[in-house]
Design a binder for this molecule. Sequence first.
Ligand code: ZN
Length: 161
Amino acid sequence: MSEQEKRTVSANDVVSLEYTLTVDGQVIDSSEGHGPIEYIQGQGQIILGLEKATYGMAVGESKEVVVPPAEAYGEADPNAFVEVPKSEFPPEIPLEVGTPLQLRDNQGQIFDATIAEIKEDSVVLNFNHPLAGKTLTFQVKVVGIRSATPEELEHGHVHHH
Ligand code: ZN
């Protein structure tokens, strides 16, 4: 057995992970196509619940990880819904529930929102993260593990050589 085969995920490892993310029965993201993610274990670089579940996994090991909202994007904040008069809406934006929008405030900061509800004279915007309140189901496979370099640990990100 080679060193790489015996290796299991622990803190400060650079982990390569293949994943498929399913929410409400629909696949919404996958490493298929753009390749596995690489991150440093134990630094909060991936969803908390997923990071917890990958400790101790070996190279080649797969598992399904179900992450509740509290360990993913949090619960939806009821105060993050804002009602806007339809008359203030640019005509090019389709008035359909689920339409994603970007809004800019007076300071130029950009906020993401989605149309949550359409009323007779107004539109309700949801400023929560689209995955807030959702349970995330990940199918993951560890495809690589190595120790992070001191430089990577200092920078807090993976270096590609
Ligand atoms: Zn760097």
